[in-house]
Ligand binder design. Structure first.
Ligand SMILES: C[S@@+](CC[C@H](N)C(=O)[O-])C[C@H]1O[C@@H](n2cnc3c(N)ncnc32)[C@H](O)[C@@H]1O
Length: 199
């Protein structure tokens, strides 16, 4: 099973709240790609943060969650939105109480339908270089690129650039963008892995 958890990267979530959400609020359609989403805690965390901060405009949000999914399990887990107690323990209590309820299975919790229905999962290999769609407002790709060779990383990042409609890219904290990407993205603030697409 892939390593992931709910509310994993608070710094990026705060930056999305402060820099990305204010721009998204005025949009009629909001398309987000979570590339390498594992079994769902990351796209669902993002969905809950967006719901908390966007009010009614949250209904315009679609999160396209993709993963190579070697286990062939992620799609079912994400669709059901049911997670064991140990996976939901880090979620801030007010968020947990608002968006989770006990599932049929003992010691499992199900995410509210409102959150579940904005996330759709597709099985996809990023190295095929086929974007999930174009006209994206935000691409989130965290703790995935580090598994790729240098040229693969460049190719995947260029694909993200082309698929974005002047929006944002969030990557893992440890990765600096390769020099080949100069002029493609600019950091939103220093020392954070949130970038704005340049032209
Ligand atoms: C460490 S997990 C990160 C999950 C989540 N993004 C996070 O940060 O919590 C890495 C994920 O990348 C996926 N992955 C690895 N290679 C991939 C590829 N070529 N295409 C799509 N997903 C891939 C794995 O299946 C795994 O779910």
């Amino acid at each position: 099973m892939a390593f992931t958890y709910f509310f994993r990267d608070l710094q990026t979530l705060e930056m999305i709240r402060d820099y990305v959400i204010p721009e998204l609020r005025s949009r009629r359609y909001i398309h987000i790609w979570d590339a390498g989403c594992a079994m769902g805690p990351e796209p669902y965390t993002l969905a809950m943060v967006l719901r908390e901060n966007m009010g009614m405009t949250f209904r315009n949000v679609r999160i396209h969650a993709t993963d190579i999914d070697n286990s062939d399990l992620f799609g079912d887990i994400i669709k059901k939105g049911v997670y064991p107690r140990e996976m939901v323990q880090r979620i801030p209590k007010p968020i947990f109480e608002k968006y989770f309820s006990p599932a049929d299975e003992p010691d499992h919790y199900v995410i509210a339908e409102e959150i579940r229905k904005c996330v759709e999962f597709t099985r996809q290999n990023l190295l095929d270089l086929k974007p999930v769609r174009t006209g994206l407002n935000l691409v989130l790709c965290k703790n995935v690129l580090l598994h790729f060779k240098e040229q693969e990383r460049v190719d995947v990042l260029k694909m993200f650039h082309d698929a974005l409609d002047g929006g944002y890219l969030a990557t893992e904290q440890t990765q600096k963008l390769p020099p080949e990407l100069e002029g493609y993205f600019e950091p939103v603030v220093a020392n954070a892995q949130l970038y704005r697409k340049v032209a």
